[in-house]
Design a protein around this ligand. Sequence first.
Ligand SMILES: [Zn+2]
Length: 224
Amino acid sequence: MPDIKKQISFTPEIRKIIRQKLKDPNFKYTNWSDESLEEIRKTIRGFYRNEQNGKCAYCRGVVSLQSASNCHVEHILPKSKYSKFLFEPKNLCVICADCNEIKREKETLDFTDQILKQPNIQLYPRSTKSFLIVHPHFDNYDEHIKILIGGHYVDLSPKGNRTIGICKLNRFLHNFGWPDEPSSLEDMLKTAEKLQHNSDPLEQIRILRELAKQLNSNADILII
Ligand SMILES: [Zn+2]
C-alpha cells in the first residue's frame, strides 16, 4: 500500500481561491509562499502530516508535528517546472527540511514512459511508471527501499535507487560514518552475565546501556 491512501479534498471556499489564483495571469509558482495562501498551505500540511503518520515521504524520518520548519509541503513534480499542478492533491505530500533542501527542483518525471511523449503534459500522470522516484500516492515504499536500523537506505528497484540518489537518503552515513562494528554473541553474553551478577542499581543501568548498544549494533544484521 502507498503511504498516502487518501488525497486531500479541498473545501468549496479553498477551491474557489485556487481557481482564482490559477486564472490570474500574474500568478506564478513563486507566489506559493504568499501570505494570502498561508491558510491553504497550513491545511495541506496538516492533512498530509496526518495521512503520512508524521513521517517524511522520502526518508521516512519524523517531520515536526507543530512547527512548519521541519514539515514542508512538497510538490512531487517540482512547482517551478509544473506550476499547473501547484494545488493538485496527488502532487502534494509533506517532507522533512533536509529532503526538501536536497531534492529542490530536480526532475521527477520519467520521459521514457510512452504516456509522457507529448511535450507539455496537461493532466497529472496517474501511472507509477511515469515517475522516476517513489511516489507516495502511487508506490509502495517498501517495494523500492529498505531502511536498515543503522540508517542505511538500500535500493530494491531502479526507482528506489533514484529516490535514494535524488534525496541523498544515505546522507547521515556519508556525514557521520557507519555505526559501530557489530558486537559478537560472546560479548553480549558476557555483558548479560555482568548484569546478572551486579546489584548496584547505577551500575546495572550502565551495563544495560552497554548491552542495548551491543544489541543495536547487530540490528542491521538481524533485520536482513
Ligand atoms: Zn526526509
